[in-house]
Design a protein around this ligand. Structure first.
Ligand code: HEC
Length: 144
C-alpha cells in the first residue's frame, strides 16, 4: 500500500467512543466488548503506523495477540441473535450466518498475517485488516 493512503484508511476505522452505553442485554454487551477490544488494538497499532507514538515491537506483538483472541470471539459472541435498542447489528447477520462467518474468518486471516516485527511490516499489514473491518461493517452493521 502507498504510504500516503494509510492515514486516511486508519482514520476511517477509528472508533466512535462508548457506542454501547445503556445496553442491558448481556449477549449484546459481550459482542460489543469484543468489537471494542478489537477497535482499541487497531487504535494502538494505527497510532504507531501513523507515527503518533513510537514503534514498539513488543507492544505491537501484544496488540496483535489481543486482536487474535478477540477476533476468535466474534463468532461465538455474535451467534445468539440477541437484540438491544442500541445495537448496531443488522438482522442480516443471522439471516446470512455463512456470509458473516466468511467476513469473520477473513479478519482472523488478516490479523494472523500481520507481521509486527518492524514499522514497515506493520504499515504493510494494517490496511488489509482495516479492509476486513469495513467490508463486514458495510454488510452487517447499521450505523446509528
Ligand atoms: C464479521 C464482521 C465484523 C468484522 C470483521 C468487524 N466488525 Fe466491528 N462490528 C460488527 C458488528 C455487527 C458491529 C455492531 C455490533 C452491535 O452493535 O451489536 C460492530 C461494532 C464495532 C464497534 C462498536 C462496538 C461498540 O462498542 O458498540 C467497533 C469499535 C468495531 N466494530 C470495530 C471493528 C474493527 C476495528 C474491526 C477490524 C479490525 C472490526 N470491527 C471488524 C461486525 C464486524
Amino acid at each position: 500500500m502507498k504510504r500516503s493512503t494509510l492515514p486516511l484508511i486508519l482514520t476511517l476505522i477509528a472508533l466512535p467512543a462508548a457506542a454501547h452505553e445503556g445496553v442491558k442485554d448481556p449477549q449484546v454487551l459481550a459482542r460489543m466488548n469484543v468489537m471494542e477490544t478489537i477497535g482499541k488494538q487497531m487504535g494502538t497499532l494505527g497510532g504507531m503506523a501513523k507515527g503518533e507514538v513510537a514503534f514498539d515491537a513488543d507492544a505491537a506483538a501484544a496488540a496483535k495477540a489481543t486482536l487474535e483472541k478477540a477476533s476468535a470471539q466474534v463468532l461465538p459472541t455474535f451467534e445468539p441473535p440477541a437484540t438491544d435498542p442500541h445495537s448496531e447489528a443488522a438482522p442480516a447477520i443471522w439471516e446470512e450466518w455463512d456470509g458473516f462467518t466468511t467476513q469473520s474468518v477473513a479478519m482472523d486471516a488478516a490479523i494472523a498475517a500481520l507481521d509486527t516485527s518492524s514499522l514497515e511490516t506493520l504499515r504493510a499489514g494494517l490496511g488489509g485488516i482495516g479492509q476486513t473491518c469495513r467490508t463486514c461493517h458495510k454488510a452487517y452493521r447499521i450505523k446509528k
